[in-house]
Ligand binder design. Structure first.
Ligand code: ADP
Ligand code: MG
Length: 437
């Protein structure tokens, strides 16, 4: 079935090619080849294992959609890598969740701890060790690519491994809704309800998806109550704190706030280095400390992008047997770097917040403590801490030379206010939107 595999894969690639940037196509898909076709599986040969991660992460959905249009929806695509001349068949890692929807690659062991995620990680581990008993619910929030899914999944994997009698289940909020809609249409809402109420630990990711969806909120609320009353563990993640979620019923917000709410911030430089080094050490490719520092310096706010950058360099190095110096890295990562140029900076936050509250930039950055200036300044400090990778000291310096305890104090003050004060939380939300776009 050799030629058929080749032809079929070429057919798939032919349809993907016009949809993605040509540089990506040339790097990731052109070097692949359909190899064998069996009744259920299309085997594709790729140059090395990094390709498998990348292709599955970025093109999985398109590949299956195209296979569907070619009447091959029953097929699974699996990849084989050829490394050092030897053939290695690698099980598909990313998209083979088990019946709990857990992916074994997310663990506490491979979660690098830093100042930015220490709290969320410690809380997650505590919950995993004593499900339903300590912090319930646990609510983790932070912006995209900072490890929320990783932690939820790590909780699930830990519970599954240590407490084999417990039923643990992970899913995205959107998936919860789709299932609910299907159940309603098929008149199977009771089965749906029972399915979730029988879990011992339920991990619901990206709960911000609830915003404005009343029916879904109702169902989450009841599922939550049923589980909570029986002492079952619930963990939520969101891109914002509960008080900043819009169009969310008050009773649900107060449920979220009734347990432990903790945040994950963008990683500091040291944490970024540690993550890159850990990732690099799991491969044969040599990357110099200089290049690692370069990546950590250039890509600040998102760990997924940090990993993506490294994978790209690895793929290049192993394809060409080439070494990677800074110039080469800069060149290969140009698309990622230019995107990070639009990164959130303290300067941008200060300007937008000052504008919003109609105060001058000079007073925002000054030392005066008039009431009309203090709140905007504290909001800007809060956002700087949440949305940039700057240290407490760096933040204090550009807000009138304040010391790090003042920064912590301002941050905590706003954080508490946001959880209680909906009007402020709405205001801050609007500012966040303009800061991050
Ligand atoms: P989020 O759900 O917050 O958008 P993810 O959990 O999907 O982010 O994380 C993005 C990627 O970064 C994942 O591959 C994850 O394994 C990795 N990652 C995030 N935080 C860490 C960390 N502290 N140590 C190691 N890898 C991390
Ligand atoms: Mg996620």
């Amino acid at each position: 079935m050799l030629n058929e595999a080749k032809k079929l894969w070429e057919g798939v690639l032919g349809q993907i090619k016009p949809k993605i940037p040509s540089q990506n196509y040339e790097t990731w898909l052109e070097p692949t080849e359909g190899e064998t076709l069996t009744q259920n599986t299309l085997w594709v040969r790729v140059p090395n294992a990094f390709f498998i991660d990348w292709i599955e992460e970025h093109y999985h959905a398109s590949i299956y959609e195209i296979l569907g249009t070619l009447n091959q929806e029953h097929l699974k695509v699996k990849y084989k890598s050829v490394e050092g001349g030897k053939e290695k068949s690698v099980p598909s890692r990313v998209y083979q969740p088990d019946s709990s929807h857990l992916q074994p690659r997310y663990t506490f062991d491979n979660f690098i701890i830093g100042e930015s995620n220490n709290f969320a990680r410690a809380a997650s581990l505590a919950v995993a060790k004593t499900p339903g008993r300590q912090y319930n619910p646990l609510f983790i929030y932070g912006s995209v690519g900072l490890g929320k899914t990783h932690l939820l999944q790590a909780v699930g994997n830990y519970i599954k491994e240590r407490f084999s009698g417990l039923k643990v289940y992970y899913l995205g909020c959107e998936e919860f809704m789709n299932e609910m809609i299907d159940a309603i249409q098929a008149n199977k809402i009771m089965q749906f309800k029972n399915k979730y109420r029988r879990k011992d630990a339920l991990l619901i990711d990206d709960i911000q998806f609830l915003e404005g969806k009343e029916g879904l909120q109702e169902e989450v609320f009841h599922t939550f109550n049923a589980l909570y009353d029986e002492g079952k563990q619930i963990v939520f993640s969101s891109d914002r704190p509960p008080g900043s979620l819009e169009n969310l019923e008050e009773r649900l917000v107060s449920r979220f706030q009734g347990g432990l709410v903790c945040d994950i911030k963008p990683p500091t430089f040291e944490t970024r280095i540690a993550i890159l080094k850990r990732k690099a050490s799991s491969t044969d490719v040599q990357v110099s400390d200089e290049v690692i520092s370069f990546i950590a310096n250039e890509i600040r706010g998102n760990i997924r992008e940090l990993e993506g950058a490294l994978i790209k360099l690895f793929a290049f190095a192993s394809l060409t047997n080439g070494t990677i110096d800074i110039d080469r890295a800069r060149d290969l990562l140009s698309d990622l770097l230019s995107k990070n140029g639009r990164e959130v900076t303290i300067g941008k936050i200060q300007k937008l917040v000052a504008n919003h509250y109609n105060i001058s930039l000079a007073s925002m950055r000054g030392k005066r403590r008039m009431q009309s200036i203090v709140l905007p300044r504290d909001v800007a400090i809060y956002l700087s801490r949440e949305y940039t990778a700057s240290s407490l000291k760096e933040i204090g310096k550009v807000f009138g030379g304040r010391d790090h305890t003042t920064v912590i104090h301002a941050h905590n003050k706003i954080k508490n206010l946001l959880n209680r004060n909906n009007a402020l939380s709405e205001e801050v939300n609007n500012i966040i939107k303009s800061v991050t776009c």
